[in-house]
Design a protein around this ligand. Structure first.
Ligand SMILES: C[S@@+](CC[C@H](N)C(=O)[O-])C[C@H]1O[C@@H](n2cnc3c(N)ncnc32)[C@H](O)[C@@H]1O
Length: 443
């Protein structure tokens, strides 16, 4: 049995390894001061450093929980609702952007004038927030940013991700029990399945219940362009989250060999890739930068592709184009690869099969469908950090979209349901990646 001292010894070992890495590479000591880097410094993505960092997070969490004791762990979970309500209120009042990004911050009295709120109310919210590591009081009666709260102002996509969670995921979460209870605790097929492009299935989601809508999250975004724009940022932030880094997609598939028998290796492929449900095209843009001969067509809703087109760097305009396309209608482009990153997991089995099935008639010999998705595994197979992430996303998919993440067999079933001639050719999970790359082709 692992004792507290065993855990502490392992923590010391990994902490020393990380300190050595920082010192030998002349990197800053981690801190939360306002100018600290937003991520733990590992510029060369050294896997040894990443493994030590993840082990440190997992062991410190276990040690902390053991020190808290079982009852206190329950209290901590209960109290987390206060973190969310505080952050939601601060965001709604635009308080993060009213606090200057300076070490000295702003007096509560000035913030009170700017917000028309009593200083006492501001203190109530910001002092609670400070206990979670966002904001701090650098001197009496002043409030300033920490590096974490500063991220909300400085990092547009991560700020968008945070705001999406507070304003859309948080209200949906409060309706989850009602949705699960309504189906007697079991997600029935009729609840999971959509009709007419999934709209009916999604209309049963906790999100739809929370927002009083008959259809689902995607239709809601189409009606609310500001929220849709923010969601694009949120999706970009997902790509900035360690285990979801776009580099795993860039390095985890033979992009260099894509395209009508052209030469092997990076940069040699000359094929066409359709990025289905590709949002504002940030993955295609990243791939295009690494593979200068590939051409990309990003398909998504009309508003979304407009926004992508306007953000595309001029140097990529001849190789990355945008097309409004509903993936519940037949695919109009004949391509070498159809790339779907984090798309099918948003949909029930029937809808995911319809999305893939709509691509099949456009496929030529040698065309492949490439999915980038979390492939769920049984508890304990992956480390604690990854497990926690995987289970969070699973519940999130359920409450927002009335669907769930899938394991290997689930993916194989969906692929066969799409078209009996298709098969999963391979599943590659690059080291350190939370996503797997699922390659699908004709048998
Ligand atoms: C979870 S996001 C993933 C976006 C992107 N592939 C990525 O890697 O971040 C799902 C995308 O599917 C798009 N989408 C939803 N329904 C669609 C439909 N019927 N036709 C085309 N795109 C759709 C959304 O607008 C969104 O951009």
């Amino acid at each position: 049995m692992t004792t507290l001292s065993d855990l502490a010894a392992r923590i010391t070992l990994h902490a020393k390894l990380l300190d050595e890495h920082l010192q030998s590479n002349n990197l800053p000591t981690p801190s939360f001061s306002i100018d600290a880097p937003p991520d733990f410094p590992n510029p060369d993505k050294d896997p040894r450093v990443e493994a030590a960092r993840v082990a440190l997070i997992e062991d410190t969490q276990t040690l902390r929980n053991l020190a808290l004791g079982p009852g206190q762990v329950v209290r901590q979970v209960g109290w987390s609702i206060i973190d969310l309500s505080t952050q939601h209120t601060l965001l709604t009042l635009h308080i993060p952007s009213l606090i200057p990004l300076t070490p000295t911050g702003i007096p509560y009295t000035t913030l009170s004038t700017l917000t028309h709120l009593p200083p006492q109310t501001l203190k109530l919210l910001l002092r609670q927030s400070a206990t979670a590591g966002l904001f701090h009081e650098p001197s009496p009666n002043h409030i300033a940013h920490t590096a974490s709260s500063a991220v909300l102002v400085r990092d547009g996509p991560l700020g968008d991700w945070f705001a999406h969670h507070l304003e859309e995921v948080f209200p949906a979460a409060l309706k989850l029990a009602m949705v699960v209870g309504g189906s007697k605790g079991v997600v029935t097929e009729s609840k999971m399945e959509g009709e007419g492009g999934g709209k009916k299935g999604m209309g049963n989601s906790a999100f739809s219940l929370a927002f009083g809508i008959e259809d689902g999250f995607w239709d809601f975004l189409e009606r609310n362009p500001d929220r849709q724009r923010r969601f694009l940022g949120a999706m970009e932030a997902v790509g900035g989250d360690g285990g979801h880094s776009l580099r795993f997609v860039v390095e985890g598939f033979q992009w260099g060999s894509v395209g009508e028998g052209e030469g092997e290796g990076k940069g040699e492929g000359k094929g066409v890739v359709v990025d289905v449900g590709g949002s504002a095209g940030f993955l295609s843009a990243t791939l295009a930068q690494t593979y200068p001969k590939l051409h990309f067509i990003v398909q998504d809703y009309a508003h979304t592709v407009e926004s992508g087109r306007s953000q595309l760097p001029p140097s990529l305009q001849d190789r990355v184009s945008f097309m409004a396309h509903d993936f519940f209608t037949p695919q109009p482009v004949s391509a070498d690869v159809y790339l779907l990153r984090h798309v099918c997991h948003n949909w029930s089995d029937g809808d995911a099969a319809r999305i893939l099935g709509n691509i099949v008639p456009a496929m030529k010999e040698g065309s492949r469908i490439v999915l980038v998705e979390v492939v769920v595994v049984e508890p304990g197979v992956v480390g604690g950090v990854q497990e926690r992430y995987m289970r969070n996303v699973d519940v999130n998919m359920f409450q927002m979209l009335n669907t769930q993440e899938r394991g290997v067999e689930d993916w194989e079933r969906v692929v066969k349901q799409a078209d009996a001639r298709l098969e999963v050719k391979g599943i590659n999970q690059p080291e350190g990646s939370w996503d797997s790359i699922i390659e699908i082709g004709f048998e």
